[in-house]
Design a protein around this ligand. Structure first.
Ligand SMILES: Cc1cc2nc3c(=O)[nH]c(=O)nc-3n(C[C@H](O)[C@H](O)[C@H](O)COP(=O)(O)OP(=O)(O)OC[C@H]3O[C@@H](n4cnc5c(N)ncnc54)[C@H](O)[C@@H]3O)c2cc1C
Length: 498
């Protein structure tokens, strides 16, 4: 049965999952992407003959039975994805004050490994992990199960800092429980504990990486969409959205063409969408509420190409912090000691790499650090910006030398990306790493609905609930549910699961 026409604005993970699901369900989908290729955070770029991922370095929930595995099986793409689960014995390693903490996969093994480091804290560690899992169980949708009516309220009860501090009074253990916070732009006093729980559980259960790059997921989703009759229009950003009678009448792409559909899905930052329409035609309080939501911080990424056979491959995410007390200080503004921490990976090129061809290093950075170049465009930012990047690259490599002595001599070439790069390639306001920040003391503005004040406009993407490889696809399912029914869609997604 052919259903309504749907226009999707933005071809990142959120837009692509919506496009693939709705095209499969019989909708006439047209997806508009401003960049010359679709993918958003799944995008890759090439330097010195090596391809680098931009915004999807560590994935999760692709193991059999997990949410992404079921969703991709329903879409028929699971077999197309080439994934390498992180090492069983060490899916993450955290180096601090000369000590290395290695985390094995699975909750009980993780508790044992941590208890071996903090023997008197065994019970506290066990309770902390149990409490995280309990928080995740409160929201069934994140496991693609039909939500129960009493959702969302308890999730905001505590900040991540309170949650961790309530688990133990041991300061070193607190920092070890908190080291993962850059993966969700954690603010000790503001970020709701459930975000820490979801992101931690995602990786504890099934940290994995794309072999040969994250683009493959974008390509697979585009295939599903176009084979089911959907259309992808790249290099065709939406430049204008026209509203009539509290609904979108049509959208206009950058080439001036008008496009009409019964439904519109926006996967871009809602504030960027508002910039494209006449705000007077929306409720003022609605716009004000969304304008007031703070963004997460941004990042500086260093991309290294290694000399052949020079640097050993490691199959886990590696975190480094100079001191325990820096756990919540990595995002301090104007910090002379930047970077206080870093996360790095050696992306796999095959399932059995011995040596790494490349490394991606990510450090928190605020947009303020590059604000003086905010009116410049890619490739035209001038000498001072290039000098700033070189100086920051040097600082990161100096930190890396502490984790991997001798790494400098393995480097063939180095490249970097600043918050301006994230802003300009993905059109994210101030290069926000993960979109909107969630605040436990402001649940009302931390939780956008997929339904909007315009009757035929739906939101999707990382700004709605949660960012990343779990949050964005799950939100896409919720967005599509508005058109096909949640029970129907979840039943289909879970149909092939015993
Ligand atoms: C450096 C970095 C590292 C990250 N690492 C990880 C990780 O390891 N694991 C993880 O799970 N998550 C990670 N993330 C987060 C993850 O990338 C995002 O949560 C995710 O990509 C968001 O998807 P999205 O579809 O909401 O938005 P996006 O991917 O930003 O997609 C939005 C799309 O809309 C397009 N667009 C914008 N404006 C318009 C317009 N007017 N018309 C048409 N198209 C438009 C953009 O070009 C873009 O393609 C990382 C993010 C960054 C920046």
């Amino acid at each position: 049965m052919e259903r309504d026409a749907v226009i999707i604005i933005g071809g990142g993970i959120g837009g692509l999952f919506c496009g693939a699901i709705l095209a499969r369900e019989g909708f006439r989908v047209t997806l508009f992407e401003q960049h010359r290729v679709a993918g958003g955070g799944l995008h890759e770029f090439c330097r010195d003959g090596v391809s680098f991922e931009t915004g999807m370095h560590v994935a999760g929930a692709f193991h059999p039975g997990a949410a992404l595995h079921r969703l991709c099986t329903y879409l028929g793409i699971m077999d197309r994805l080439s994934l390498l689960p992180a090492d069983e014995e060490c899916f993450e390693q955290f180096d601090v004050e000369g000590k290395q903490y290695r985390f094995p996969r699975g909750a009980s093994r993780l508790v044992e490994a941590l208890a071996a480091e903090f023997p008197t804290e065994r019970e506290n560690i066990r309770r902390h992990v149990e409490a995280m899992y309990a928080l995740c169980d409160e929201d069934r949708l994140y496991d693609l199960r039909l939500p129960t009516p009493i959702q969302h309220a308890p999730r905001f009860a505590r900040s991540v800092g309170e949650f961790i501090d309530a688990s133990t009074s041991n300061e070193r253990l607190r920092s070890v429980l908190a080291f993962r916070n850059p993966l969700y732009a954690g603010d000790r006093y503001k970020t709701p504990a459930y975000i820490h729980a979801f992101v931690s559980k995602l990786y504890i259960e099934g940290s994995t990486r794309f072999v040969g790059g994250s683009r493959q997921l974008a390509d697979a989703l585009v295939d599903v969409m176009t084979r089911a009759g959907g259309e992808l229009r790249v290099a065709r950003g939406i430049a204008r959205v026209e509203i009539r009678d509290k609904a979108i009448d049509h959208v206009v792409s950058v080439d001036g063409e008008r496009h009409r559909a019964a439904w519109y899905i926006s996967s871009i930052d809602p504030r960027s969408l508002f910039d494209l329409l006449d705000r007077d035609k929306l409720q003022r309080s609605y716009c004000q509420r969304i304008d007031a939501i703070p963004s997460t911080y941004s990042a500086f990424s260093l991309f290294l190409v290694f000399k052949p056979g020079a640097f050993p491959f490691f199959n886990h995410a590696r975190f480094y912090m100079e001191r325990h007390e820096d756990a919540w200080r990595q995002a301090d503004r104007g910090d002379k000691e930047w970077p206080r921490g870093l996360m790095c990976i050696t992306p796999p090129e095959t399932t059995s790499d011995r040596f790494a061809r490349k490394m991606i290093v990510t450090c928190i950075m605020h947009f303020d650090d590059v604000r003086q170049w905010e009116h410049t465009t890619t490739g035209q930012r001038g000498e001072t910006y290039e000098a700033f990047k070189r100086e920051r690259e040097e600082r990161v490599i100096t930190r890396l030398e502490r984790v991997f002595p001798g790494i400098r001599s393995c480097i063939k070439s180095a490249y970097s990306a600043s918050p301006l790069t994230i802003r300009d390639y993905c059109k994210r306001k101030e290069g926000a790493l993960y979109g909107f920040a969630r605040e436990h003391d402001h649940p009302e503005r931390s939780h956008l609905s997929t339904r909007t004040k315009l009757s035929n406009l739906l939101f999707t993407g990382q700004n709605v609930h949660l960012h990343g490889i779990l949050g964005v696809p799950v939100t896409a399912v919720e967005t599509c549910s508005a058109l096909v029914g949640m029970e129907y869609l979840l039943n289909k997604i879970n149909a092939r699961v015993v």
